[in-house]
Design a protein around this ligand. Structure first.
Ligand code: ADP
Ligand code: ZN
Length: 711
């Protein structure tokens, strides 16, 4: 393929200017009908690797996908880019299935999404033969390909049957895609799917746009979390260990005016589906969830993932935190780390019946603790877990951005450990600290611990500082703690080495929190004001079409709009994320919003008084007496786009006759509602005020007329 031809296609269909790392080569090889194995982290941009070739090759691309919810999502997004795609799964009745099959045979679709069990069924394979015969099958794309492997984290037996595809269609290339990194799974995929000399692409698992941080969990953590949520521009997930934890936190956040919903296995299927949809549609900002949430969530604009409790192992942490920022925009991943959580997880491990399992779980927990306690680059630590070397100093994690000072606390450690010894290894952390700090508490006096030589020798440090030391000693294995529920401190061989001065002790000193409320109230830049407005507009349009907002435009695209502030359709079309179809569908209405914003801010606007081509076409049909629905149908555009054109034409004084479009009684109703609610840039309150009896287009037109001073 000629240079630039692929880039042109990329811009035309998807609106992007450049390929992500690896994508171009993959697309080229797919066009050469090679078998391919693609290993890319979540958010790496796997879908495009089969979607773009699908559009450039004759025939149909069959995509195998295990999750019904994802099919709907991907197909919605493709439709919004004007691409013919469809899915077949158990959510459809037999009439719908037949209808879709017919459409496929008529060549209406370039991509077909289908679940593995259907694909290999007796009933479906003959249909596939027919497709091959009539329009051709250009390739199979097997998404979540690790499901074929028992070594992967999500083995599905029905994936094993996919090998039948190779037998039945030996010449049709297969592309397998996964985000699971291990060597073992890779080998398994190639064998099980009988890939033929596949080109293997393994992308780096470094997610550059994710910021990683670990914070100590203490009594102010909730306030910090609240701050985190409030200053985030967009949606986020907060993971908790237990259902109870989820319910409590969700409730608390709701009381603090955060739109949050819970998600865990204790809710009914309907409740879970409902909460998930509301999250995906941006009706709520925060999903508070157990790890039951996330598989099959394709939301690209999750701006933060917080682990309010400690994750169980680093692999799952990578996957869970990886749900942030799939769109490549900066996003935050924060763990709140407390010693209590370690105890909870350890307790859970003790309950496991199998000793081998216990051992593995303990090792994994150890790695999580090392990660949380670690003072080197978080990215280096994570990637080394996957066998990937990263040089460090990423500039996008807490340890790189604000290194914690490491101090020599050998003397203090000696004091602490000998106090444990003097108390005969029968007490927990708090009691030892009480003795060190010379408390006159009942427990201290009763045990005559005020008579110990270590009594009161630690008054120079706060209780919190001693706790930090104790935690660090435990995590470094220089001290032990019983796990039978009492958490009694015990010495080990290393403890004695410290006390005998054979070993020094360094610990990381946590920084005092410096974020103040003043910082949160940072004056919003103009850019952000406009970004907010564009988000609201996107939400309205998404609601009108019943799709998630990111299907309309991604955050990154809205940000560019807010930065560039295009003033013409041509400029608008230049923006990354605006393809041909989106330009046609949404160009006008977003331009109008940007223009309105610039007017209010007293900025120069390129006020056009002459309609452009697309407005002219609409105007002509309108003059011919066609209704809005008819115009939309004729032009193969959404009615909302036509409504937008009319609003523009009104703004230019080209249309003065509103009665033809909206009958006068309705006009009065809307005018009254607008006066009651007040005109803002959000139409929803007006729409709701009118009990959803009028449509958004009508409201928009009436506002245009009012602005013209006609109504
Ligand atoms: P994966 O399946 O690997 O998790 P997706 O295919 O969902 O990732 O892509 C992640 C996000 O990146 C999507 O929102 C997609 O639209 C976007 N994306 C993919 N390729 C590009 C590109 N070349 N330029 C900009 N954004 C892209
Ligand atoms: Zn770093």
């Amino acid at each position: 393929m000629q240079t630039h031809t692929l880039e042109k296609a990329l811009k035309h269909y998807f609106g992007y200017d450049t390929f992500r790392p690896g994508q171009r080569q993959i697309v080229e090889q797919a066009l050469q009908n090679r078998d391919l194995l693609i290993v890319m982290p979540t958010g790496g941009g796997k879908s495009l690797c089969f979607q773009l070739p699908a559009l450039l090759k004759p025939g149909l691309t069959v995509v195998v996908s295990p999750l019904i919810s994802l099919m709907q999502d991907q197909v919605d997004a493709l439709h919004d880019n004007g691409i013919g795609a469809t899915f077949l799964n158990s959510s459809l009745n037999s009439w719908q299935v037949r209808h879709r099959e017919e459409a496929i045979l008529n060549g209406k679709s370039k991509l077909l999404y289908v679940a593995p069990e259907r694909l290999v069924s007796e009933r479906f394979l003959p249909f596939l033969d027919l497709v091959k015969h009539q329009i051709g099958i250009n390739s199979f794309a097997i998404d979540e390909a690790h499901c074929v492997s028992e070594w992967g984290h999500d083995f599905r037996p029905e994936y094993r049957q996919l090998r039948i595809l190779r037998k039945r269609y030996p010449d049709t290339p297969i592309m397998a895609l996964t985000a699971t990194a291990t060597e073992r799974v890779r080998k398994d995929i190639i064998e099980q799917l009988t890939l033929h000399e596949p080109n293997i692409h393994i992308a780096s698992f470094n997610r550059k746009n994710l910021y990683y941080e670990v914070r100590p969990k203490h009594k102010n953590s909730y306030t910090e979390l609240l701050w985190e949520i409030k200053q985030a521009k967009g949606a986020g997930i907060v993971y908790c260990l237990s259902r109870k934890g989820v319910d409590e936190l969700a409730f608390k956040l709701q009381k603090d005016a955060i739109k949050a919903l819970p998600y865990h296995a204790g809710l009914t299927d309907e409740e879970r589906a409902e909460n998930q949809t509301r999250f995906i549609r941006d009706d709520v900002q925060v999903m508070v969830a157990t790890i039951a949430f996330g598989m099959g969530i394709n939301k690209p604009d999750v701006r933060f993932v917080v682990h309010y409790d400690l994750p169980r192992n680093l692999e799952s942490y990578y996957q869970e935190s990886g749900r942030a920022g799939r769109d490549g925009e900066p996003s935050r991943c924060v763990i709140y780390f407390s010693f209590g959580d370690i105890k909870k997880i350890e307790w859970g491990i003790d309950q496991k019946p199998d000793e081998q399992e216990q051992m593995i779980a303990r090792q994994q927990l150890r790695r999580v603790i090392d990660y949380a306690e670690g003072t080197e680059c978080r990215r280096t630590m994570q990637l080394s877990y996957f066998g990937e070397y990263f040089a460090g100093n990423c500039g996008n994690c807490d340890n790189c951005c604000s290194p914690k000072p490491v101090e020599d606390w050998t003397i203090e450690a000696m004091k602490f450990l000998s106090c444990v010894a003097r108390c005969k290894e029968k007490f927990g952390i708090n009691h030892i600290i009480d003795v060190l700090r010379g408390s006159r508490g009942q427990k201290v006096l009763q045990n005559k611990h005020d008579e110990l030589s270590t009594y009161g020798i630690g008054k120079d440090k706060t209780a919190e500082e001693w706790k930090n030391l104790a935690r660090s000693l435990l995590n470094q294995g220089l001290l032990e703690q019983t796990t039978d529920g009492y958490a009694v401190l015990k010495l080990n061989a290393l403890s004695w080495e410290v006390m005998r001065r054979q070993r020094s002790v360094s610990i990381a000193i946590p920084k005092k929190e410096t974020t103040t409320l003043a910082e949160t109230n940072l004056k919003k830049a103009g850019f952000e004001l406009l970004f907010d407005r564009l988000r609201q507009l996107r939400k309205q349009i998404a609601d009108e079409h019943s799709v998630p907002p990111y299907v309309i435009f991604h955050d990154s695209t809205l940000k560019l709009m807010a930065q560039v502030q295009p003033q013409s359709l041509a400029e608008f079309g230049e923006i990354s994320g605006v393809g041909a179809r989106k330009l046609e569908q949404y160009g006008e209405i977003f331009l109008a919003e940007i223009q309105a914003y610039r007017q209010e801010q007293g900025l120069a606007v390129a006020k056009s008084t002459t309609p452009n081509t697309t407005q002219l076409i609409t105007w002509e049909y309108y003059e011919q007496g066609l209704s809005i629905e008819e115009i939309a149908q004729k032009r193969n555009l959404q009615p909302s786009t036509i409504w937008g054109h009319l609003a523009e034409l009104i703004g230019m004084g080209k249309i003065v006759d509103l009665d033809r479009i909206i009958d006068p009684e309705r006009q009065q109703l809307i005018v009254k509602a607008i006066k009651e609610v007040g005109v803002t840039n959000a139409l929803k309150p007006i729409y709701e005020y009118l009990d959803e009896k009028v449509n958004y287009g009508e409201i928009r037109l009436v506002i245009s007329f009012m602005r013209q001073g006609i109504l």
